[in-house]
Ligand binder design. Structure first.
Ligand code: AMP
Ligand code: MN
Ligand code: MN
Ligand code: MN
Length: 275
């Protein structure tokens, strides 16, 4: 059976492997089709495609777009997008400009809580427009303020904590429109990870479907079997396609590996059915 992993990250966003290293590792782990879906940019795709040339692996050009929906941040994956599409790229440039502004604010807030040099520290790991919370987390661990990335998130980088800045990302409509305009398919990433009620999640899915969204991730990273069943039902209730992705970021994160995630349940329609 073909192994699909349609949600992965490289150093082009907050992953720790270069695109060609992601490809090599995916092949080693038996992945046949891999989507590189870096946050808010498609910079890594050419390198990934080059590395996959003349191998058994196919690369799907993708992106994971940061979206502000009400008071929540949600992530929308674009699969099979034309990375040369002007409107998509203009939209992504805007989001990355905001990333840079947010990084300055994050550093200011950390400074107020006694942590100096966070902007410069995080900048070791990414360019200003790609700076994200993971890069700050790496710096905070390195500087001895926390013992692990997970620890940093809990203590600094989530709502009501000193390094948290609420997002002002794209709208849901923009994200879906950009993806569809670039010939891609829009997928709600890790729907079970948002801290919203089941009712609100159904509202998100309703709006998403109405805007032209294609699918949801039914299998994502490490998940309870029960969650997979709930998401399969959600996909079917809204006649949405089902996607499958590890959300791999780094080999250090030993509980999420490329391709090593459950199969899609048999009662859903895989997003790759029409590929
Ligand atoms: P950002 O887009 O900069 O706000 O960062 C979001 C990213 O932070 C996600 O894509 C994950 O890679 C990472 N992340 C979010 N929550 C956690 C967590 N609790 N532990 C480790 N990484 C996290
Ligand atoms: Mn990430
Ligand atoms: Mn995400
Ligand atoms: Mn992701």
């Amino acid at each position: 059976m073909t192994c699909y992993d349609l949600h992965t990250h490289s150093t082009a966003s907050d992953g720790s492997l270069r695109p060609e290293e992601v490809i090599a590792r995916a092949i080693k782990h038996g992945v046949d089709v891999l989507a590189l879906t870096d946050h808010d940019g498609t910079e890594g795709i050419s390198q990934a495609e080059l590395a996959a040339n003349d191998t058994s692996l196919s690369v799907i050009p993708g992106v994971e777009i940061s979206v502000t929906w009400g008071s929540n941040t949600v992530h929308i994956i674009g699969l099979n997008v034309d990375k040369n599409n002007t409107k998509l790229q203009q939209g992504l440039v805007e989001i990355r400009d905001y990333r840079k502004e947010r990084a300055v604010k994050i550093a200011e807030r950390l400074e107020k809580s006694g942590i100096k040099g966070a902007y410069e520290g995080a900048s070791q790991y990414a360019s200003p427009v790609m700076l994200g919370r993971v890069h700050f987390a790496k710096f905070l661990v390195e500087a001895g303020h926390a013992k692990s990335i997970g620890d940093v998130f809990k203590r600094y980088m989530v709502r009501n904590k000193p390094g948290y800045v609420s997002g002002e990302w794209a709208s849901l409509e923009q994200a879906v429109t950009w993806i569809n305009g670039a010939g891609g398919q829009a997928v709600i990433a890790h729907p079970a990870r948002y801290k919203i009620t089941a009712t609100k999640l159904r509202r998100l899915v309703t709006e998403f479907k109405h805007l032209g969204g294609a699918g949801i991730e039914v299998v994502s990273g490490r998940q309870h079997p029960e969650e997979i069943n709930n998401l399969a039902k959600l996909a079917n209730d809204f006649e949405l396609l089902a996607s499958r992705g590890s959300d791999f970021h780094s080999p250090d994160n030993t509980w999420v590996e490329l391709g090593r995630i459950p199969d899609l349940p048999t009662n859903v329609t895989p997003i790759w059915q029409s590929w």
